[in-house]
Design a protein around this ligand. Structure first.
Ligand code: DOR
Ligand code: ZN
Length: 437
């Protein structure tokens, strides 16, 4: 029965306590309690989800998604990327500006925002570029983008580092004035010129030019000092190196307004997978060592790394089916994020479901300043949530994912936990693997 109300029966909030029913009406959580269903006034107007054994979490928020539109529609569109997001349990995504044309002005960010709203599967928040054309030379009009209809909250040159310290300092000063966040792709380009793989034994054996961890660590250290001086909110994209964590720990202890994300692939995969030379594993920053992934997991559990962000980076086949050096970096992430997080963090006991809600929903919503996402599961709050089957197992098949591209590094892998339904302001956007328009 499809209706305007939704009754979720027998789910466990944050995976804790006894199962409860949740009645969702008019876009909010109207009631939570045992056995609500029996007293419903309009049973015909209510869609029921039997949620025995399922966990209910606030909808996931991804601070780092590449939707590729405009200009890269052979890899992904706002429509296909939104579908992948909803199927992955996400209710909000931040779309990176390295599109063609670049999202460095109000026209493009408003287009992305409007198109996301038309598709309506997930809240699409455009990230504005920090510099014009991502060229690292002149600041883009941050204020105009922030004041535009898209209400840009986060700026990044992702794919490129804002390398010039004077420009980065100025961007952070604007960020303070505008109350927005600068998300840095921390990579000193002088140190990674020609780099192909994490600098270490594997790269040496494979004959791939090394990518030093210090290229990340040094930029993060510099940016923490600049953010401190500017009183600005700095967000560090896709942390990959254990030593960066120590920089973050010290900066946080000193009161710097810095937050950080880790991708699912930097929690799970190491440079050991590179021996196949399969460019599906090529990503920026590169996959590093087992001690780095172990450090990422501990830092995420402790909160030194605040959240998980996918860096969902679809690429067309021709950008990946080529020799390693010519291949584009990046991998899909939206539909596998939860499962990889459960595999790397929940199964080993590093995170419980409350922790999953923190790193996939609450913290990213707070970092980006979203008022209506990552909210507590309580009466009167937005009915924006994700239902998860913690006991499911599934096998990843790139061709079956909703993305136009199929560059998943998890092809054929069996992973735990599955999204059963995603609900955005009371409306089901995905259920049992299908999109609901
Ligand atoms: O691997 C990556 N791919 N890292 C980035 O920073 C950019 C992204 C992309 O746009 O493909
Ligand atoms: Zn990046």
């Amino acid at each position: 029965m499809t209706g305007s109300n939704l009754l979720i029966k027998g789910a466990r909030l944050y995976g804790e306590g006894d199962p409860v029913d949740l009645l969702l009406a008019d876009g909010v959580i109207a009631e939570i309690g045992p056995e609500i269903g029996t007293g419903l006034e309009n049973p015909d107007d209510t869609e029921v989800i039997e949620a025995d054994g399922l966990v209910v979490l606030p909808g996931f928020v991804d601070l780092h998604t590449h939707l590729r539109e405009p200009g890269g529609e052979d890899a992904e569109t706002i429509e296909t990327g939104s579908a992948a997001a909803a199927l992955g349990g996400f209710t909000a995504v931040f779309a990176m500006p390295n599109t063609d044309p670049v999202a460095d002005n109000a026209v493009i960010v408003e287009h992305v925002h409007r198109r996301g709203a038309e598709v309506g599967l997930v809240d699409v928040h455009p990230v504005g570029a920090v510099t014009v054309g991502l060229a690292g030379e002149r600041l883009a009009e941050l204020g105009t983008m922030a004041a535009s209809g898209a209400g840009v909250r986060m700026f990044s040159d992702d794919g490129h580092c804002v390398h010039d310290p004077v420009l980065m300092r100025r961007a952070l000063e604007y960020a303070t004035a505008l109350d927005v966040v600068i998300a840095q792709h921390a990579e000193d380009p002088r140190m990674t010129d020609g780099a192909q793989a994490h600098e270490g034994a594997v790269a040496a054996r494979l004959g791939l030019a090394g990518w030093p961890a210090a290229a990340e660590e040094t930029i993060v250290a510099r940016d923490c000092a600049l953010a401190r001086d500017a009183g600005a909110a700095l967000h560090v994209c896709h942390v990959s190196s254990a030593r960066t964590i120590e920089v973050l720990r010290a900066a946080k202890a000193a009161g710097v307004r810095v937050s950080a994300e880790v991708t699912p692939h930097h929690l799970l995969l190491t440079d050991a997978v590179l021996t196949s030379y399969d460019p599906v594993n090529k990503v920026n920053p590169p996959l590093r060592t087992g001690s780095d992934t172990a450090a990422m997991r501990t830092a995420l559990a402790e909160g030194v790394i605040d959240c998980v962000a996918t860096d969902h980076a679809p690429h067309p086949a021709q950008a990946k089916d080529c020799e390693w050096a010519a291949a584009r970096p990046g991998m899909l992430g939206l539909q596998t994020a939860l499962s990889v997080l459960v595999h790397t963090m929940v199964e080993p006991g590093l995170l419980d479901w409350r922790g999953v809600a923190r790193v996939l929903s609450e913290r990213p919503a707070e970092i980006a300043g979203l008022p209506d996402q990552g909210r507590p599961l309580a009466v009167g709050e937005p009915a924006t949530l994700t239902l998860v089957d913690p006991d499911a197992q599934w096998t990843v098949r790139g061709a079956k994912l909703a993305s136009l591209a199929s560059n998943t590094p998890y092809e054929g892998m069996r992973l735990p936990a599955q999204v059963v339904a995603t609900v955005l302001r009371g409306r089901i956007t995905a259920r049992d693997g299908d999109i609901r328009k």
